[in-house]
Write a protein of this length. Sequence first.
Lengths: 183, 183
Amino acid sequence: MSIRNEQRERVIALLSQHLLTTGLAQTSLRQLARAAGVSDRMLLYYFTDKAEVLAATMSAIAGQLVSGLAAALPEGTRLPPRDLALRAASLTTGPEMRRFMRLWVEMVAAAAKNEEPYKAIVAQIMAGFRSWVDARLDLPEGTDRAAVASALIALIDGLALVDICSETDMAPRMAGALEAILT
Amino acid sequence: MSIRNEQRERVIALLSQHLLTTGLAQTSLRQLARAAGVSDRMLLYYFTDKAEVLAATMSAIAGQLVSGLAAALPEGTRLPPRDLALRAASLTTGPEMRRFMRLWVEMVAAAAKNEEPYKAIVAQIMAGFRSWVDARLDLPEGTDRAAVASALIALIDGLALVDICSETDMAPRMAGALEAILT
DNA sequence: GCTAGTCTGTAGCAAGTGCTACAAGAGGAG
DNA sequence: CTCCTCTTGTAGCACTTGCTACAGACTAGC
């Protein structure tokens, strides 16, 4: 493999960690280059664009996420909405996933501003969420599966959003409250 | 009242509309000044800072929001979590409130990046949400009211977040799904 | 009139942004 | 050797950012 392609992978791996720890706060070319241990000039040699740098990195992160989610709850299992919600909630508020959820909220906000390449990435990740939930959702015939899946995702994303805002660690208490609220 | 103070109010009113329609995408001093119909020089005469411009504007928006919410559901009424959630969901996904919820998500993301003055404003608005929910929540004694309130807010915010991402109008379908999920 | 304080425009600065022109070294192919 | 492609550094461009120095204009009080 060419040096260029090797470097692309190295850079993507380093930037994945960078984005997960710092969010989208430090995403100028020079900041990304420093985090990747290369010069900004070379970053634009390995990738055509800043947009391509970010797209490749976030795509890699999304990939890790999908496999992480898949591993956390095997494909075959089907749960009713309540159980799936509680399971997903404890999953995404764990120390591992919190960093991702924070990044996720920032990405959605960036997409809301029509910033590229966030719109495309957000759509891709959201589709991943939907299919993950849908594949594990046990629902009676005739239910609007897409709507229930979306509502569950909304709940999970909302927990993350509130978690971001809170000084104190509200996540476990909210999870407890959910048990009382959900069917 | 001095010209300066009159202009402050004029500017704040115009910028409230600006932020509600464009989100945080166009918030450079020059863009804000154009939206307010003044020069950027004068914007920094009326306000000390860009941060103060934004803080004042968002504070005004938050004020409108609070009174809007208060009017939508009178202070005295107490609803169980399910009813309050459904009510709040239909409230915040309406055409009027959607603009605010989008802005809200963007503000939370900005706060996550430690950008000023978003952190302070987000904390303020979140506190407003909490007290609004708490004042209308009918719960049995001994329940963790703060947790339930936070969970409800999470649900509402999550609906907004998913709504932002979706091309199609998922909000009513998700609301329907909630009826099936909630106790 | 004169002065003091309030108001407003012009012009510009220093820093940071994404990106590029250009040259040069390295290393293989003929 | 020469030629050619891949790789890398230096320097810088055009632009946007938040903010400011400075000078002029307007009004109020004396």
